[in-house]
Design a protein. Structure first.
Length: 253
């Protein structure tokens, strides 16, 4: 038997998805094998709970761990870096029958995932207000800015996902009078720690445009098309202060 065949079969057996190969049946019959299986599953669940703390606070530990077990069996880790485990958990929750009465849960899970991605992203030097003040007015519209590698942003049309996420992430009691409207979030890591800010619809449109490689002028147009009443000067100041943007080489066309 090839080593890779054994390893694949052993991994499948640990996750309860083994084939009917005789040697695997004999392996699973060993009394100690259940210990390995339970340890692996517990490790996956623990990692998901660590990576989705806001979701866990919203639903309670018992509910969360039961859902995490279902996810872990269906989508086991692809590598040993469990700090990054759980991509797709938000989509899983969107289709998870017990979460039907919690339609905002997937959007909150997405923000937890944004935090992890922001935490693990590469470092880069962000542009700031000092940089902006040095730009010539005639060339500034043609500048290409792009989101910082650690910047993550999201807009939720139907639920106040960011307000829910922020209050539970910070250990606050959500306001009972919370206005149930859509909102947006920006997560950045300008220094050592991940920080977060509310973000307007215009802000998400602007960052989307920057990520697509558009000029500052074109990105500003996208922002104002998304939210015509937006104060673009205030928006760009917010993004610069948050360390959400970096500079690329200017180009035309």
């Amino acid at each position: 038997m090839q080593l890779s065949t054994f390893q694949d079969g052993f991994s499948a057996a640990l996750l309860g998805d083994a084939t009917d190969a005789p040697w695997l049946s004999a392996l699973e019959a060993q009394p100690g094998f259940a210990v390995y299986r339970n340890t692996v599953l517990k490790g996956c669940i623990d990692a998901l709970q660590a990576n989705y703390p806001t979701v866990c606070r919203l639903v309670g530990e018992d509910w969360f761990r039961a859902a995490a077990a279902v996810f872990a069996r269906a989508q086991p880790p692809r590598d040993g870096l469990l700090v990054d485990y759980g991509a797709g958990f938000d989509n899983f929750l969107a289709g998870f029958a017990p979460a039907t009465e919690l339609p905002y849960l997937s959007a909150v899970a997405h923000l937890d995932r944004c935090w992890t991605a922001c935490h693990l992203a590469a470092d880069a030097t962000a542009v700031d207000r000092h940089w902006l003040a040095q730009q010539a007015p005639d060339t500034l519209p043609l500048v290409h800015l792009r989101p910082h590698p650690a910047a993550r942003w999201a807009w939720c049309d139907e639920h106040p996902a960011y307000a829910l996420w922020q209050s539970h992430r910070e250990g606050l009691h959500p306001n009972e009078a919370l206005e149930w409207t859509g909102d947006g979030a920006l997560l950045t890591r300008p220094h050592a720690e991940v920080v977060w800010h509310p973000l307007s619809r215009a802000g998400t449109a602007f960052l989307d445009a920057c990520a697509d490689g558009r000029t500052l002028e074109a990105a500003a147009t996208s922002a104002l098309n998304a939210e015509p009443t937006a104060d673009f000067a205030a928006l760009i100041s917010t993004l610069l202060d948050a360390g959400a943007l970096i500079l690329t080489e200017s180009r035309t066309g």
